[in-house]
Write a protein that binds this ligand. Structure first.
Ligand SMILES: [Fe+2]
Ligand SMILES: [Fe+2]
Length: 239
């Protein structure tokens, strides 16, 4: 069922192009955060790995951007409004809310491991869903190889830097991802509720005010109105 849904989501070339461009932004943003992580860590092995990781995320951004732009250019006519459905088929989610400064090396590695694992799972699904578009499918295939490496090295390094407590760090990272997923759902629901309430307010509360304004306008004298001479005007009056 899910595979069919993904196939349907990726079948539309314009949606596909826009999703790729959004994914490119997330990858580039993640790459920048990893450069910062490389600057902050005091562990030389992690510094080297984070730098390689950052370069690979930048490469992914470039791959997604190039393919997305090529797809957009090949379309006969474009409309800017098309649902991307990123909540069903997200990109490398997790890299977008990486908080490098707030995390220890072990915390960051645990968070990265879970994000990369989830991204690898999603990208493997997209390789299958895009069988009819081999060029885009190959982009995901290439990115998937790196994501698998990211997923594995982060776990290996987590076990090295926190041999006794790596399980605890993974659980904490899982709880944080769950909390963020809850916040994403809650803010989406709040968005829908806000739209419904504002629409109801518009149709229920606004009409009486519009009627009152119309009635008041009818009572207003038409055309020019004579104003009493200056000497007869009250000081507290505007006219
Ligand atoms: Fe990536
Ligand atoms: Fe990655």
């Amino acid at each position: 069922m899910l595979q069919l849904l993904h196939r349907w989501i990726w079948r539309d070339p314009e949606r596909c192009a826009r999703k790729l461009l959004t994914f490119a932004e997330t990858e580039a943003d993640g790459g920048r955060d990893l450069v910062r992580a490389a600057e902050l860590t005091e562990d030389p092995t992690l510094r080297r790995l984070f730098t390689i990781h950052a370069a690979e995320e930048e490469k992914h951004a470039q791959l997604f951007r190039t393919r997305g732009a090529a797809l957009l250019q090949s379309l006969p006519d474009r409309s800017s409004a098309r649902l991307q459905l990123n909540w069903v088929s997200p990109g490398e989610r997790g890299l977008d809310d990486l908080r490098v400064h707030a995390e220890s090396d072990a915390g960051l590695l645990a968070f990265l491991h879970l994000s990369e694992k989830s991204a690898a799972g999603h990208f493997a699904t997209y390789v299958d869903a895009l069988k009819d578009d081999p060029l885009t499918s190959n982009v995901f295939k290439e990115v998937l190889k790196d994501e698998t490496f990211h997923m594995n090295y982060t776990l290996a390094q987590l076990t090295r830097v926190a041999p006794q407590r790596h399980g605890l760090f993974l659980w904490k990272a899982r709880a944080s991802r769950l909390w963020k997923a809850y916040l994403r759902v809650a803010s989406a629901i709040a968005g829908v509720m806000g739209t419904v309430i504002l629409t109801l307010q518009y149709f229920i509360l606004l009409p009486p005010f519009a009627l009152l304004a119309k009635r008041a306008a009818r009572r207003e004298p038409q055309g020019w109105v004579s104003v009493p001479p200056e000497s007869e005007r009250k000081l507290e009056s505007q006219y």
